[in-house]
Design a binder for this molecule. Structure first.
Ligand code: GLY
Ligand code: MN
Ligand code: MN
Length: 421
């Protein structure tokens, strides 16, 4: 991502804030796991979106003023200990190069609170502007009725300056993040290419008797060899009946003959996600029944993709997918009325995709050129041990759409030909 693009994003964000405000965004910190172990670190996506940086504990401060805005970054101070035990810390120059923030506006975290107190929240000679009235924070809640993490991280400032009105930065950022630039579309396309490599390796390697976890490992290996930094979410590698569990992540069962394998997975490219599902036969050949159900899902997948265009709602696609699936399941004799569909299909048709797998954007906003959505119908027949989902990543364009994952095979004859040993 060029730092010019990042500079423009910060400009757009600062314009979105009410007059006389400042904003604090925290990069996050890896979560404690056990003893002296932590979970792998993932940068807060709003912080990443505005800085391009993927380092723990950094803070971005943006202060809007009459004609423009000021931006400051706080980073960890290099130390001998950190260099020897944890790897070199980023220097101010490096952080500036990635983010486009002027090196003279980059400070160490130790100075953070004194800086906020002295230059933002005090009517002093060195103050940047008059006293701000609003503080914008990322108020995303991980769970309902829990405090947003930012309130904990910045509690000292919030409690010491109760006159500040707290505002949510997410509203502004969601609007900007929703529409993808050309370079973002390119990153997601690269993530999809890596994912394709991983799926192809799995299709070639799968056979009855293999454990699901071997294929999960092969996926991760293959995307990393291709150039990806890793997976965009926990891989779902579900054979037979396991595929009827939507978020099956245990991936620890032996794959049986004559079953289908549902693989819902994605690679990252520079922190941008792919989210693809492909379903294929463990032994390389669909049974007649599997073909019947697979073709049904595939037809809906293709029909819904063909409807994607600006001006409609994701909710419209959802309604249509339900209608089509119900119609086809009635024709197949599996259900009698459309109300029964929920027994075999129990999720929605898709979501927005970006730096988050379930990216910003709602069912209540019209699709516009530049948004990327997933289209992922499925059918889950537990009593027959069959779960099928086919998921593609689709860019909305001025004239309609581009299926970014069209190169990942999904026709029955293509899959069987590819898997032939
Ligand atoms: N992989 C999660 C989803 O498809 O939404
Ligand atoms: Mn998925
Ligand atoms: Mn999805």
């Amino acid at each position: 991502m060029s730092n010019n693009e990042l500079i423009k994003r910060r400009e757009a964000y600062a314009k979105g804030m009410e007059k006389n405000s400042f904003s604090l965004l925290y990069a996050g910190k890896s979560l404690y796991k056990s003893k002296d172990q932590t979970f792998p670190f993932t940068t807060n996506k709003n912080f990443f979106y505005l800085t391009g940086l993927r380092r723990e504990k950094f803070i971005l401060l943006i202060r809007n003023a009459e004609a423009s805005h000021f931006e400051f970054l706080f980073i960890e101070e290099p130390s001998d200990y950190a260099t020897k035990w944890l790897g070199s810390r980023m220097t101010k120059e490096e952080a500036s190069k990635v983010s486009g923030i002027d090196p003279s506006n980059i400070f160490y975290l130790n100075d953070f609170e004194a800086f906020v107190a002295g230059r933002i929240l005090m009517d002093s000679r060195v103050a940047i502007a008059k006293l701000p009235e609003n503080l914008y924070l990322d108020l995303f809640r991980q769970y309902t009725m829990t405090k947003p993490n930012s309130l904990e991280v910045f509690h000292n400032i919030i409690e010491t300056y109760p006159e500040l009105a707290i505002k949510d930065a997410c509203g502004i950022l969601d609007n900007i993040r929703r529409l993808k630039s050309d370079s973002e579309v390119l990153e997601i396309s690269k993530a999809i290419e890596y994912t394709n490599k991983g799926i192809q390796a799995m299709m070639k390697a799968v056979k009855p008797g293999v454990n699901e976890r071997e294929l999960e490992a092969l996926f991760e290996f293959s995307i990393k060899v291709a150039g990806s930094e890793g997976t965009s979410f926990n891989t779902i590698c579900a054979s037979g009946k396991n595929a009827t569990i939507l978020h099956y992540e245990s991936n620890d069962q032996v794959i049986e003959d004559n079953t289908l394998l549902l693989t819902d997975l994605g690679a990252l490219s520079n922190n941008y996600s792919a989210d693809i599902t492909r379903t294929y036969p463990a032994n390389g050949k669909f049974t007649e029944r599997q073909k019947q159900l697979y073709q049904l899902v595939l037809d809906v997948n293709k029909e819904i993709i063909s409807l994607v265009k600006p001006g409609i709602f994701l909710g419209d696609l959802n309604t249509k997918a339900n209608e089509l699936l119900a119609e086809k399941m009635i024709k197949l004799g599996k259900i009698k009325t459309k109300e029964e569909l929920h027994k075999y299909y129990y999720h929605s048709i898709g979501h927005y995709l970006g730096i988050d797998v379930h990216d910003v954007g709602t069912y209540k906003t019209k699709l516009e050129p530049g948004v990327i959505i997933t289209v992922e119908p499925g059918i889950y027949v537990s009593d027959e041990g069959i779960g099928i989902r086919i998921e593609d990543d689709v860019l909305v364009t001025k004239d309609g759409h581009i299926n970014l994952s069209s190169a990942i095979i999904k026709e029955i004859d293509e899959i069987e030909a590819f898997m032939k040993k």
